[in-house]
Write a protein that binds this ligand. Sequence first.
Ligand code: PMP
Length: 408
Amino acid sequence: PKPFNVADVRGDFPVLQTYVNGAPLVYFDNGATTQKPWAVLRAMEDYYTGYNSNVHRGVHTLSQQATAAYEAARETIAKYINAASVHEVVYTKGTTDSVNLVASTYGKKYVKEGDVVIISAMEHHSNIVPWQMLCEDKGATLKVIPFDENGELRMDAFKEMLDERVKLVSLTHVSNTMGTINPVKEIIALAHALNIPVMLDGAQAIAHLAVDVQDLDVDFYAFSSHKIYGPTGIGVLYGKEKWLNDIPPYQGGGDMIKTVTFAKTIYNDPPLKFEAGTPAIAESVGLGAALQYLMELDLAGMRAYEHHLNQVALEKLRTIDELRFIGNAKERNGAISFMIGNHHPTDVGELLDQQGIAVRTGHHCTQPLMDIFCIPGTVRASLTFYNTEEEVDKLVAGIKKAVIMLNK
Ligand code: PMP
């Protein structure tokens, strides 16, 4: 591919040409959801206009085409994350659904009274609540790895938590609030030394890091399509084949079975064992197209550009007197969270919106993290490869303008 250049890719994303409140859109809410390239929109339109049909069912041509496209997208995903086998890629509704799948299947089989599940203090609610529900149900304990003032996990505390009662560690790869990249390889090695499997929430990592599930040696990896330029309503659970064979199914219904009688049902093999009912077919095609689009870019150049843009943003934001970063990890990516003096994040967000700048404000579904910092929320700018330095300048100028208005 030709060397990455932001000017070449911006035209691929139609939304980036829109105006908001009279100004060209500056979209810095990529952590919440990303914009979609034409390649994704066209692939989904092609499916609906050319071969819309149900999968794994009909002998007719359209159904075979739909099935082939659904399975081809699975192969693209397997390649993107370097799964050892395509059977290790399960379609879900998204990260939340993937975590719930593991909590209710692995959890059902392996977590018992007195056992422990470990998460961290920087988790998104979707990697807290399913484990809380499981632990409540089973009489197990949820332990939480704390982080330090920079937003880095306290590895000493983690090591102390590890013993034979721990049945799973489930952690975010990258914090959606602070941008911290967690030392997941070290965590996985420590857990595996005691035969404890590890699940990673890759919602914020998948679009920005080269995720290689075999190199990580991770047991389960979850992510959402909509955070990697694909459509909403679909996501992925990667699971090592040995686990997917071993754990019980998630939901019952069509497609997840081999044979059904009233006496007994024989389940399908993974991944179909976990895909009950008619799936999100157009969305699978869209996700496949998104990953294909990325693989046709100069990915290394794109990641270097993102890293550079993040550094520039941090440096320029640092020039704002009232600004205080929430999270200062050495290894970071994506989310940049901050407070502006004592102003409520919502007020800052609204003033930025008036200038066409989209940032996220609030607790970012990490309320326990907000409690640790004793703040109601943050302003969060999350950048990605189609953003520019010019947009960063607009953000900095926009914040300075907002400060003047708020201080009046
Ligand atoms: N985990 C993290 C770290 C996230 O950032 C998000 C989305 N904000 C989720 C999980 C949940 O993803 P989804 O809503 O797509 O299921």
